[in-house]
Every structure is written in structure tokens, then in C-alpha cells.
Write a protein that binds this ligand. Structure first.
Ligand SMILES: Cc1cc2nc3c(=O)[nH]c(=O)nc-3n(C[C@H](O)[C@H](O)[C@H](O)COP(=O)(O)OP(=O)(O)OC[C@H]3O[C@@H](n4cnc5c(N)ncnc54)[C@H](O)[C@@H]3O)c2cc1C
Length: 338
């Protein structure tokens, strides 16, 4: 069928993984959504795909990820060296040196500061750009992070120098379970990144992308050609109850349903005519409606999602974004986050 309708859907993807292989796979899935080229995914396609994005500077897709490093004092005290900063000093140095990079990181003290230890989180893009920044501003921090990142993420980061002998610091990766446990204990930690896939209409994705603290990758109407795929519209509220999602068809063919189908056919014919006369999909899309089905991956931390829920699971919000927000709320409630 050339024109189909469907309901909005929410697919929680869980926390962004810390393991490099899974991280690459998640970024690939998000990235391929833009071009609807998921059929090109193979067991080993992720590495080449993500490195291609990195090389070409398409870094926004790399934001669907999270790397949380723990920096802690070495358990066996080493002979203090005059040029090695104390843990408190290190924490302060981090905050100070990162300066305009602060917005892209979460830095959270793991223990009372006197005992030392911080967790520092950012998505892949955050780390790539922070390394570039540190290269010019702090040799010590650059060495510390580039050595650690290349150890845990050898595909994504090349080692540049090595950590100064006797720095007294242990750097480790914080796995998702630990990030979540910390978040449940203290919402201010805000370390995990949660990823959702929404299927909704273009009108609603436009509202979703207004939430600037999130990262997004969305099906592209510039690249996707719907001529052969057919056009899928999200069900408008007034005919939602006339549709059976299991049978994937209208069960009540009342005049309003028929009117929506007729309108959709006119628009889709117009789109196809434009393609047939040689216009590119990015131009022919001009006539596609707000109700066009779109897939979008949205990544963010709990603070961002909590804000999203507050604004969008509300009577003032559009019913279809409210539906998304309610599903998101349900997911977080299942994790014990309210
Ligand atoms: C009921 C409703 C009606 C709406 N109607 C309209 C409308 O008519 N027209 C319209 O244009 N939009 C409208 N919006 C969208 C709204 O204005 C926001 O763009 C959207 O809700 C995202 O909210 P936010 O900016 O708080 O979230 P985010 O962009 O995710 O920001 C989250 C937090 O980050 C901080 N932040 C992010 N960026 C900045 C920044 N640049 N400077 C300072 N702080 C920042 C702030 O603390 C903010 O609270 C509506 C939203 C709702 C819920």
C-alpha cells in the first residue's frame, strides 16, 4: 500500500554502553537512521561507519554515546612528588582548565573531596573536542585523558604521550550499572546517558528537537526517497480509534477517515510527480505533510529527561508529544527514577 498510517511509538534503548564495541554499534544504528540504511549493518560494519563519521567531522551522531572515566588516587600511596597535584588540586584544575568545555561534561566528586576521586563524563564528541582543547591548554591533562581513552577505546583514540611517571592517579571506566547506582543515590551525579528511539510525526520531532540539551539523529527527508517505500503518516487524534494497530488497517471507514486518505493521496501524488519531473527528494519533500512518520534517536542525561517530562507530560503539551513523554516517564519509573 502506498499510503499507510501508524501510531506513535517509543523504544527505550537503555543506557549508552561503556564497552567500545557496543558503543560503535549504537552510534551506527543511530547514524543509519538518518539515511534509512539500516540494511547495510553487518557484524563488523560499525567500526568503519563510525570512523568515517569521525573523519568527516559528522560528530553530532557520535553524541549518542557516553564515556565515564573515574580518576582516583592510587590505593597504594606513592612517594609524593613535588610536581604531582593532590587530588583536591586535580579536581580544581579539571574544572578550571576545562572552562568553556564544562557544559559538555559532568564532573562529579566520588568521595568527600578530601578522600579524592572524581568521575568525569562526556559523550564521544565531547571527549574528541575536549582532547583538542586540552592539547592547546594543558599538556598534563591532555596526556592523562588521551592515554586513558586510547587504552579503553583503542579504535576511537590514538595514544598521544603517556601519563607522567608516578602521577598517583588510577583511571578506570565506570560501567553503566555503577553510573545508575550513583544516580539513584544522588541525582546530581547525572552520569548515565539514556537513549530513546521515537517514531512520531515531523511536527512532533520539531518540538522534540527544541530540547537543546539532548542529542538527536533523525530520518532525513532530504536523503530518503519515499517514492517506492510509500508514505507513512502518524494517525491524527480524530481518527486514531478507527485504526487497528494489530491488523494494520482502518476498521471504521467513516467519512473522516476517507477524507484523510484522500488528502494524503493528493499530497503523495504531488511528491511523486515532482520526483518524476526530475526534482531531488530534498526539493520534492516540500509538499510532504507535518504528519509524515519520522524516526528519531534522542539521547540525554536524567536531568534533561526529567525536564522533558515536566514540560511535555502536561495538559498544555500537544497530545502526541505528551504520549512520548508519558512513555519516557514510565521507563524512568521502572528504573526507580521519578
Ligand atoms: C506547552 C508548550 C508550549 C510551547 N509553545 C511554544 C511556542 O509557541 N513557540 C516556541 O517557539 N516554542 C514553544 N515551546 C517550546 C519551548 O519554548 C522550548 O523551546 C522547549 O520546551 C524546550 O524547553 P527548554 O528550552 O526548557 O529545554 P532545553 O533546551 O532542553 O533546555 C534545558 C535547560 O538547559 C538550559 N539551557 C539550554 N540552552 C540554554 C541557553 N541557550 N541559554 C541558557 N540556558 C539554556 C536551561 O536551564 C534550560 O532549562 C513550547 C513548549 C511547551 C512545553
Amino acid at each position: 500500500m502506498e499510503i499507510r498510517f501508524q501510531k506513535s511509538e517509543v523504544f527505550p534503548q537503555g543506557m549508552a554502553p561503556s564497552d567500545e564495541k557496543r558503543l560503535l554499534q549504537v552510534v551506527e544504528i543511530c547514524g543509519r537512521t538518518a539515511y534509512k540504511s539500516e540494511d547495510k549493518i553487518t557484524d563488523d560494519s560499525a567500526k568503519a561507519f563510525v570512523l568515517m563519521l569521525k573523519k568527516h567531522g559528522h560528530l553530532s551522531v557520535l553524541e549518542h554515546s557516553n564515556i565515564v572515566l573515574k580518576l582516583e588516587a592510587h590505593p597504594v600511596a606513592k612517594t609524593p612528588k613535588a610536581n604531582i597535584p593532590s587530588d583536591n588540586e586535580l579536581f580544581e584544575m579539571l574544572i578550571k582548565t576545562l572552562k568553556e568545555r564544562n557544559a559538555y561534561h559532568r564532573v562529579f566528586p566520588l568521595h568527600p573531596l578530601a578522600a579524592g576521586g572524581v568521575a568525569i563524563a562526556a559523550n564521544l564528541r565531547g571527549w574528541i573536542e575536549t582532547l583538542r582543547y586540552l592539547k592547546a591548554s594543558s599538556r598534563d591533562l591532555h596526556q592523562l585523558f588521551s592515554t586513558s581513552l586510547s587504552k579503553f577505546y583503542p579504535v576511537l583514540f590514538q595514544p598521544e604521550g603517556s601519563i607522567a611517571e608516578g602521577s598517583g592517579l588510577q583511571v578506570s571506566l565506570m560501567p553503566e550499572e555503577e553510573q545508575l547506582a550513583l544516580l539513584r543515590k544522588d541525582a546530581a551525579s547525572d552520569l548515565p546517558m539514556f537513549i530513546f528511539k521515537f517514531i512520531c510525526d515531523r511536527g512532533i520531532t520539531h518540538e522534540v528537537v527544541r530540547h537543546r540539551v539532548f542529542s538527536f539523529t533523525q530520518e532525513s527527508t532530504r536523503y530518503v526517497n519515499y517514492k517506492n517505500k510509500g508514505m507513512i503518516l502518524i494517525l491524527p487524534e480524530e481518527i486514531e480509534d478507527c485504526y487497528d494497530s494489530v491488523q494494520e488497517q482502518f476498521v471504521d471507514h467513516n467519512p473522516t477517515v476517507q477524507q484523510w486518505i484522500n488528502r494524503a493521496e493528493i499530497l503523495f501524488d504531488w511528491y511523486r510527480d515532482d520526483l518524476n519531473r526530475g526534482l531531488r527528494p530534498e526539493i520534492a519533500r516540500d509538499i510532504l505533510p507535518n504528519l509524515l512518520k519520522s524516526e528519531i534517536y534522542v539521547s540525554g542525561r536524567w536531568s534533561g529527561w526529567r525536564h522533558f517530562i515536566q514540560l511535555r507530560d502536561s495538559q498544555q503539551a500537544h497530545p502526541r508529544i505528551r504520549f512520548l513523554a508519558r512513555e519516557v516517564r514510565g521507563y524512568f519509573e521502572s528504573l526507580g527514577l521519578h
